[in-house]
Design a protein around this ligand. Structure first.
Ligand SMILES: Nc1ncnc2c1ncn2[C@@H]1O[C@H](COP(=O)(O)OP(=O)(O)O)[C@@H](O)[C@H]1O
Ligand SMILES: [Mg+2]
Length: 283
């Protein structure tokens, strides 16, 4: 397996191409009707492989294709074992910001060491997303870049110091929103391959009309993500996620069409029970 060093991926690919080119044997090109020493083209794919194409240097016909395994840069966030990474998820107006900030205060009152973070994180990236309409696959890259910065600068250091991180959105927002815009989940996971996944996820579920009325109520400007039909698809995606990814995170779906006090009690019960369970397991 070839290891592509962090930050040198492109140079490493070129070096690999040169190396392969030196060793390559002549192949028959049926169009030029002669044996040729093929050119090598490397195409990175997701999930640890590179496509190697051998091309006729004269007519550019692809004479053969094969895959080789590589190891792409890996920040190994899964090696960080301390702390607790909790995320709130749900459609726009579902109550994420409200309850995540509230939960941070409740946990602080109970002497937990806790920080609040919010995706998207980097101001320049948020501005960019409001200014430009971009393809959904490009959106996947932009959100992943933002998430990598947030994790590297804030989340991973806090977990290393054994803190609780309460995050307003996470990788699962990318899965829900960008897949609702037609991007395959495999692609989204591929781009987010070195992202740490939250261990406990609270999905706030509300009907789209209720969420939109609440956004209106606070006079917040609608973004392009807040189209009712689209949000309906995203809401369903979140409910699917809670089932489908139960192997990688603990999910609870909380019905936030009920009064705040009822919802708060339910959230706090879930979180405190989870933290207690974790403490017990650590002993
Ligand atoms: N159960 C609830 N009942 C009434 N209003 C609520 C409830 N939960 C949240 N809200 C209100 O809905 C609005 C949108 O919540 P917010 O946290 O901004 O959503 P999000 O961050 O998910 O977009 C806020 O004004 C919040 O106070
Ligand atoms: Mg919010």
């Amino acid at each position: 397996m070839t290891v592509i060093p962090v930050g040198q991926s492109w140079h490493a690919l070129e070096a690999l191409a040169r190396q392969l080119k030196e060793k390559v044997e002549e192949v028959f090109c049926p169009h030029c009707m002669k044996y040729v020493k093929p050119d090598i083209r490397l195409i990175p794919t997701f999930l640890d492989s590179i496509l190697i194409e051998k091309l006729c240097p004269h007519c550019r016909t692809v004479l053969s294709t094969e895959y080789t395994q590589v190891r792409l840069p890996d920040r190994k966030p899964h090696l960080i074992k301390g702390g607790t990474y909790i995320a709130f998820e749900g459609i726009d107006g579902s109550g994420k910001t409200y309850y995540s900030k509230w939960l941070v205060e409740e946990l602080k009152r109970r002497d937990y060491d806790v920080i609040y973070v919010k995706e998207p994180w980097v101001d320049a990236i948020k501005e960019f997303l409001y200014k430009h309409r971009i393809d959904p696959d490009a959106e996947v890259y932009i959100f992943a870049a933002d998430r990598i910065i947030l994790q590297t600068e804030e989340i991973l250091p806090a977990l290393e110091q054994n803190k609780i991180v309460v995050s307003d959105r996470s990788i699962f927002s990318s899965i829900a929103y960008q897949s609702a815009r037609g991007v395959s989940e495999a692609f989204i996971w591929g781009v987010n391959r070195s992202i740490k996944v939250p261990e406990f996820v609270i999905i706030l579920d509300v009907p789209v009309d209720v969420a939109l009325k609440r956004i209106e109520g606070i006079g917040r400007a609608m973004t392009r993500f807040e189209d009712p039909e689209f949000l309906e698809r995203v809401r369903r995606k979140f409910l699917e996620i809670a089932e489908r990814y139960a192997n990688i995170s603990r999910f609870v779906v909380v019905d936030n069409s009920r009064p705040e006090e009822v919802v708060k009690k339910e959230i706090l019960d879930h979180v405190l029970r989870y933290l207690e369970e974790k403490e017990k397991m650590a002993k």
